[in-house]
Design a protein around this ligand. Sequence first.
Ligand code: SF4
Length: 224
Amino acid sequence: MSIPEFESAAPSDILRWAYETFGDRVALSTAFGPSGVALMHIAARVNPGARVFFIDTGLHFDETLEMVERVQRRLAVSVEILRPDLTVAEQAERFGDELYVVDPDRCCAMRKVEPTRRMLAGLDAWITGLRRDQGPTRADTPILDVRPVDGRTVYKISPLARWTRKDVWRHVFTHDLPYNPLHDQGYPSVGCAPCTRPVEAGGDERAGRWAGRSKTECGLHTQL
Ligand code: SF4
């Protein structure tokens, strides 16, 4: 498939290309939001047992951790759980109790970016649920991106880049897929508990992430 063809291809065809091209050296990254669930559903149909990885920062909501179990019961995916080098307690001891308040970029670098970098060292490609309508920092998301990570070429594939929030929820409801109950309590996007707030109805999808700060991304998609 050529790059222009990706723009008009269905997510299932993009995923099929990815699994045929990279085999076991491609994995899907998710925090178990609705885009990730829709994508895992499509991936499991194209490639039963598809590799998925989740970063357990130690600071997730219980509802998010329960999603890991619920999705594994429902979909044919193989989930790998990655953890930061330091536990939350060890980080508090070395950097203070609330690094996510004092220096959230450093906290994200240790608790999210570093474990992802470790995972990517063993992959040729990763699949993400990024969508262009999620905000200005994601508006130009290519469906296929090629980037150097620690001196190696790593492909980044975002099959849902052209989808809207509405497309995602339609897919979730049409297929009766599990979703995080926090979405019904005013959280359109769910990250770590200390850095996620509810958003008023109709607010931006990611407005509740690091609310009140200029930070809008954890660094996974900007640094790697
Ligand atoms: S989202 Fe917040 S708590 Fe989670 S890693 Fe980033 S700064 Fe730390």
